[in-house]
Design a protein around this ligand. Structure first.
Ligand code: FES
Length: 70
């Protein structure tokens, strides 16, 4: 099933180089067993690991890294 939506399925969208967008509200379970909840309509889950608000995206994936001097 491509490009269609089933009302019983949760829509998830992967942003290249960015977060995974999930329809909220959500309960995210972390590897240590703790949970993070969000009641937002659309929740951006960090997939890059750079968020200071992990597991939620804080747009840190957009920041460019400084180039080192040659
Ligand atoms: S995906 Fe946005 S900060 Fe990680």
């Amino acid at each position: 099933m491509t490009g269609t939506q089933d009302s019983k399925r949760t829509a998830v969208r992967v942003v290249r180089g960015g977060p995974v967008l999930v329809e909220g509200p959500v309960d995210i379970e972390l590897p240590d067993g703790s949970h993070v909840q969000s009641d937002r309509f659309m929740v951006a889950v960090c997939a890059c690991g750079r968020s200071k608000n992990y597991p939620l995206c804080d747009t840190s994936h957009r920041k460019r890294r400084r180039r080192t001097a040659d």
